[in-house]
Design a protein around this ligand. Structure first.
Ligand code: ADP
Length: 192
């Protein structure tokens, strides 16, 4: 299966993408993690993106798209993948279409979460780019650039909305049941 996990910062999509990827036996590909890895290793790419990550801005599309293109060409991604944090811009959507075809995705899992809950979660997480200013900027950038992209995937009938609030296991189960073919009506799956 080829899936996208989309949601505002702190929605828990990274945690869930990794758990669902394990269950499905596909790689979890997080562009944010890849950038953080480069930054911590001090690679050329890492040096270019470090200050961008710290500001909470988006890395330029050319860089992000090329990194992603190389990653999904690797053998482990042949049978499918979960993309977490890509695509985030219109150009990235077009690039992904070019790489896997406009009908290449199975579903786009969208996390629904209350914004106040998100700020609390992010401050508690304490990652290097989780200062209050950066968080606020990441939200703004998500709302302006990424949220509007969902209309494209809505139009293709791919969006599966999942309530992201609850115990980690509970949310994982919600996602897995929302992805089951017999349960594929595109509706929001709420907590019981
Ligand atoms: P979060 O969802 O909490 O913002 P991520 O790990 O997904 O965390 O992303 C962290 C940072 O990595 C982003 O703020 C951005 O700077 C960069 N980044 C990740 N994915 C992309 C992307 N697809 N396009 C541009 N920048 C990205």
């Amino acid at each position: 299966m080829r899936l996208l996990f989309v949601g505002p910062p702190g929605a828990g999509k990274g945690t869930q993408a990794s758990r669902v990827a394990d269950r499905l036996g596909t790689p979890h590909i997080s562009t944010g993690e890849m950038f953080r890895h480069h930054a911590s290793q001090g690679t050329d790419l890492g040096l270019r993106v470090d200050s961008i990550l710290k500001a909470g801005d988006y890395v330029p599309d050319e860089i992000t798209i090329e990194m992603l293109r190389e990653r999904i060409a690797e053998p482990d991604a042949k049978g499918g993948f979960i993309l977490d944090g890509f695509p985030r811009t219109e150009r990235q959507v077009a690039a992904l279409d070019g790489l896997i075809g406009a009908d290449g995705l199975d579903s786009v899992v969208v996390f629904e979460v209350d914004e106040d809950a998100l700020v609390d979660r992010l401050l508690a997480r304490g990652r290097a780019d989780d200062t209050e200013d950066t968080i606020r900027n990441r939200f703004k950038v998500y709302q302006e650039q990424t949220a509007p992209l969902l209309a494209i995937y809505e139009g293709r009938g791919l969006v599966v909305s999942v309530d992201g609030i609850g115990e980690i296991d509970e949310v994982t189960n919600r996602i897995l049941s929302a992805l089951r073919p017999q349960n594929s009506e595109r509706t929001t799956h709420h907590a019981p």
